[in-house]
Design a protein around this ligand. Sequence first.
Ligand code: ATP
Length: 879
Amino acid sequence: MKIYQEKVGAVIARLKINIESGLNLEEVQKKQKQEGMNRFDEAKKESIFKKFIHHLTDVTTIILMVAAIISFYMAITTDHGDYVEGMMIIAIVIINAVLALVQENNAEKSLAALQSMNQQTTKVLREGQEQMIPSEELVVGDVILLEAGGVIPADARVLESIQLRVEESALTGESEAVEKHAEFTTDEELSLGDQQNMVFSGCLVANGRGRAIVTAIGMKTEMGKIAKLLNQEGSKKTPLQNRLDSLGKRVSLLALIAAAIVFIIGVYQNEPLLEMFMTAVSLAVAAVPETLMVIVTLTLSFGVQKMVKKHAIIRKLPAVETLGTANVICSDKTGTLTQNKMQVRRVWFRGDTVVDVEEAMTDEAMEVLKMAALCSNAKVEQVEEDSQQVVGNPTEVAIVSAVENNYHTKKEIEEKYPRVAELPFDSSRKVMTTVHKMGKKYISITKGAFDVMLPKFRFGDLEQATVVNDRFGKKALRVIAVGFRIFEEKPSAFTSEYLENEMNLMGLIGMIDPPRPESKGAIARAKRAGIKTVMITGDHVVTASAIAKELGILTHAKEAMSGAELHQITDEELTKRVKEYSVYARVTPEDKIRIVKAWQKTGAVVAMTGDGVNDAPALKASDVGCAMGIAGTDVAKSAADIVLTDDNFATIVDAVAEGRTVYKNIRKAVNFLLSCNISEIFVVLIAMLLGWGAPVIALQLLFVNVVADGLPGFALSREKAEEGAMKEKPIAKNQSIFGDGLWKWILFNSILFTIVTLTGYYLGSFVDGVSTTVGASHEVGQTMAFLILGYSSIVHIFNCRSSQSIFKVSLSSNKQLVEMAVLAIFIMTMVALLPPLQTIFSVVPLSMNHWRIIISFSLLPVLATELVKFHYSDTETED
Ligand code: ATP
């Protein structure tokens, strides 16, 4: 017999569970030992060794290996040849691969750590207490609580169901949510989709709530059976990574063409064939910006780590880039801009009197509150022996707390009027109803948004209530209307149409939800950064506008649009007018998608917040979907790009700032590496064209690439945000990475490096007058070219740190970069000065004059760049 064919009682008896208290810790530990954890087997990761081999089989590495073999061949066939060059090439290849591997591994590790932060949690009943536990820790027999928006953590038999509907498309392909019933029984053989008394791991609770008892975990669940290997989507590249990948390929192609030209010229000029081949190959290899991709991955992962510290967990890597380009943030009000700590302030009963419950509670006001408390699911929990806490939906928490604080208990009222049915609250309906037994009669209580309930009332002072509702709203109070109906017998239907009509108005409750203290500042900061904040709320337009004004989102009442108005205009009209509005009130989550799309049609990059099940489509449609970590449902989280662990609006603005820094740091790396690589191509190509011979040998070129470019280059990923980054406009959506004049800088610096290196090479090779002690020679020229190329690259990294003068950027803000630069200078100098290294790298001793030229030439490009920067900053201040 299958589980769904068994009676609930039989399942419970077989599993020997007390469903009132759940499992105890001892049983859980025993079961975990026997059955393992509730997780899927992960796909095997590529081993370090495999990754290493992967790096070694890279095209550029293969070319280098060929070069090493040719070098060995030359050493064997010619009597003056030596093996050192070939060995050094191999050593450099290995060092390069190891360096890349270590950095890549660090980046991957921090990204993998993110995955574990996205861990799902489940509410279970254990040791008589409801508690949240990581879903991984569930065992067979655990009693789980299901709520709308949750992801079902394991296969389970339903024990209790209240309007429970589950979306099982992940398992059955059927996108329509199916109803689940605890009492369903069958003898027949059913497919998964028809097993109405079972819920399955990985499916989503679309509506209602319920309880279920876990029957299978991990790989034994239905999902586990089909998803034998669950691969995470972590390894996908971001759009920028893809763009840079193709950029890298283009530069490589350029390098190959240059290498071919160099080789042909060399042959034409009767240079030794194999040596020319070596120069050409090394040029091709040296000019390929292979470190660029590693630096980009590092920068992204570093940005991600910093965002985590600021309470934003990145779920999808491309979001890091998109955040930097965001220029509209559509934010929920409750909980994100406000504290979500509602407090009842006023109650209206009838006539002119409004009771300020903080000053003096009256019996009549208490009746309204008690009735509202009956129609709510907020619960009183014992925290410690003598302290209690009300938990649940904040609107309901406020109501129940007001009751409890005034010497009544929810328990006592519930015992008097036991609940027999419930129509749950949801953000689209904006109301909730419960039915209770009242002696021999029945009472249905409905609470919800006043304007939604107004047409459903038949009795009561509706005119005065409308006036009071407006007055409350202007004071930024959220208004909850309470209505009821009495039935002589059990209502014939528990439907919204029947119960939520012809009601009596009981009263209005006004509650405050104060703004978060940091919201106002964050909105102003976003504004300075060219980002518009739009408030989207289910609250009333008057309440919403009052808060928006306080926060600086809205300056005039006409910037607010209500859901009703929104429904009247077409999508085209909305697109035309969307920029005029900063507040959307009384909207449903479904409306959010229209607002996102309208903004996107104007070319905006939109970040959108969301927490509920129905927010998922808007979160997916937006450019950066931000789910709430605390109040958010699993469904919203899995649709989002980032999760805000503190549900705070200010966190989005911080994440945008971080996104901008990541983008800028990648541009800095592109600037640094490309100016160095392009100048290498120019130097060799021009020298060959002029018939000056090879200005640097293969080994020297490789060494410059690894030591002078690689070592400090990696540290660029750690550059801190530049001052003023959040005073600039957002990065344009499709702006090329070279946009905003970057390519001009790259060209400018490449030309400068080429000029100083070639002049140095010329002076060393051909001008005898430079020194009285060391005469001009090809080797002296090569030594000078090698050192100028290396030193100027290292110094250039300080140029790239900022668009401002190097003297304005503190050295201590990126210590690693400074250390790496000093280390690189030290290594280059050792190669130039220590005789054994001189031999290996074909470097010769130089005179003081040569050194003076090298040092001043290496600093010249910085000087020139400083002058240009100064000129630009001058014209900017004049503007
Ligand atoms: P925001 O959209 O800014 O996050 P919100 O999520 O609180 O606000 P909803 O939850 O959609 O907005 O609430 C919309 C309206 O529904 C509220 O203004 C209130 O009148 C009513 N409401 C909220 N919670 C409840 C509840 N538990 N029972 C009945 N009505 C409620």
